[in-house]
Design a protein around this ligand. Sequence first.
Ligand code: ADP
Ligand code: ZN
Ligand code: ZN
Length: 722
Amino acid sequence: MPFAAVAIKVPLHKTFDYTYQPSMTPCVGGRVWVKFANRRCVAVVTELKTHSDVPENKIKPLESVIDSTPILDSAHLSFLLFASQYYCYPFGETIFTALPGALRDGQNVDKTQLPFLTLTDAGRETTQLRAKKQLALLEQLRSAGDATHSELKTLGFTQAQIKGLQEKKLICEELRPDTSWQNQPLSIGTKPTLNEEQATACSAVNHTDGFRTFLIEGITGSGKTEVYLQCLEKVLKAGKQALVLVPEIGLTPQTVNRFKRRFPGLPIDLWHSNLTDNERLHTWRRAQQATTALVIGTRSSIFLPFKSLAMIIVDEEHDHSFKQQDSLRYHARDLAAYRAHQAQCSLLLGTATPALETLKKALDNKFQLLTLSKRAQTSQDNQFLLVDMKAQQTQGGFASTSLKAIERTLAMGKQAMIFLNRRGFAPTLICHECAWISDCQHCSTSATYHKSMQRLVCHHCGEQQFVPHQCPDCGSTQIMPTGLGTEQLEEFISAQFEDIPICRIDRDSTRRKGSLESALEQIHQGGAQVLIGTQMLAKGHHFPDVALVVILDVDSGLYSSDFRATEHMAQLITQVAGRAGRSGEPGTVILQTHFPEHPLLQDLVNNGYQDFARYALTERQETMLPPYTHLALVRAEATSAHLVMTFLSDLVPAQPFSGIQLLGPIPAPMERLAGKYRYQLHIQATQRNVLHQYLMQLKEYISSHKLATRVRWNIDVDPMDT
Ligand code: ADP
Ligand code: ZN
Ligand code: ZN
């Protein structure tokens, strides 16, 4: 009797055996229907065998076979098994996380083709249209080539704009057979001559065969993207595929168009979380059949089953969006290393501000370090200014130095960018008489005051409350906002600089569809403006007219319980500062702080991130923190604090385990969230394999623990937020 071991989407760390009729033809890596716990569900076959340990009267037959050829080849299954073991996440759930939605529920693999939108003759000649956005869409197709609906959507165009142009017969849909791009000569758009550092980097990559990881440490604007493009050339010319991973906000029209213009006519696909199931399946298949040459995608594109992958690029490798914060808690950059090794190809990690983990590997010569130290188009550096806030008279949160600098910048017709990582009007309301504070009732944090909505909003659980007119504790009417938020900055700045346009970019101001695009458009029109924003404003965008950056809340990064806080602060300051002075003249970056003499801050400001990061690494080594040790967390939460504590305490063994250090249970950074109590256990080891051996045992133990079904728990390997 033949047996099939299958993986099912259940939270159990094992596969399940089924029998099948010899007339059925299941295959390893193909899907089948099975009955599991009286439910009919899709499963993926992981092994076919002639023996099973399950007693004959207990074993059930497969219901039916969905795929008679594999949808996951054995290399891809090995990759998913690795991901499952590394991140202590059940194999079945890992496979189903990696599959596009349409395949998870048993749908057919081969879907109809998606049409391209292309210019008609009339469209090619049209240069004037009343509808500005429609004209922009025509321009997009003209300059970067034909595009699918999903690509245009990704670039910020709407279905209505597409339809409008179709009705005017300026564009039309076209179904086209998949061309075999591999056999055609690669056309290459205009490109600049590389400077010396870029040329060195490219030749290092292009002269490498087999697996190798490169860290391209290059300041903002030093031409990293140009290096990616010229390295990709070799791969694509050889008819091989490549993957470019970008942070969540990295799929901007500028980025995408740069790739499309460089390789005209090459099939390039985009991948991110806002695609429909059908669009995802389409790209997934195109990767698998090598009908696409290049995918530019956010973190989950690391799971695409490329047929002939020959290069992976991770842009802004330090970015936190590469780490998934729920279910399978993977880091796309780290999985990229496995895949590049498996495919025996190059992995390029690029950033101005390497994560300390990455930098250490480069300094240990595990990665090859390639440095780009000069801006490709301008040579001057930004100027940093630390403003000591101790005993300063402030106005609306600003030191007078900062306000004067803003005034000067505006007078020159330039833009000033003000950065504060807190949206809303004020982080709390406080009672002047009794010091009552507007806490969230469900979380251990205060509720933020949003003046425009007249609500108190918890930024963690989303709960909204009316703003009280009287103090709930003492009845006083003297309740006032305390602390700063972006909404308040906007109010203050608009009173200070009456005729100056202000543009606020945060999650509140950009909630409405299209509002981010129109804000960015306003900024790009140039001229004197003040831009106010949270970290949304910090990343990716190029603002040529910004000459001044003011960062208000530097101190929160200097003293925090999270050991990565200073690293993040330094990355943020450097990235934000990289927005200034891009158009020729150097920009000014003002940091307001109460600790201007802080050694890390001094190092950052005087010697730059490169120096800071190397110094920060010595600190990590002294304190034996990652990347000098390896860390995992067991997190647990429930409505009863006692239950969570009992559960976690019980995981701490009576006898210490050699090579493992345990800390906790301790409260999570946010002890109470949405009414649940949250605690965590830190597990640390100097040896990676010791940590994983330990976690393997722990996982088994937890799975059989009687409280494991009464608390919500997860294991987070290499956690980003501790
Ligand atoms: P990064 O990715 O490091 O921010 P980019 O590759 O975007 O840098 O380069 C910044 C700007 O400099 C871009 O406008 C790019 O076209 C230009 N550039 C890059 N390399 C060169 C070069 N070798 N010669 C001229 N311009 C260049
Ligand atoms: Zn009061
Ligand atoms: Zn809350």
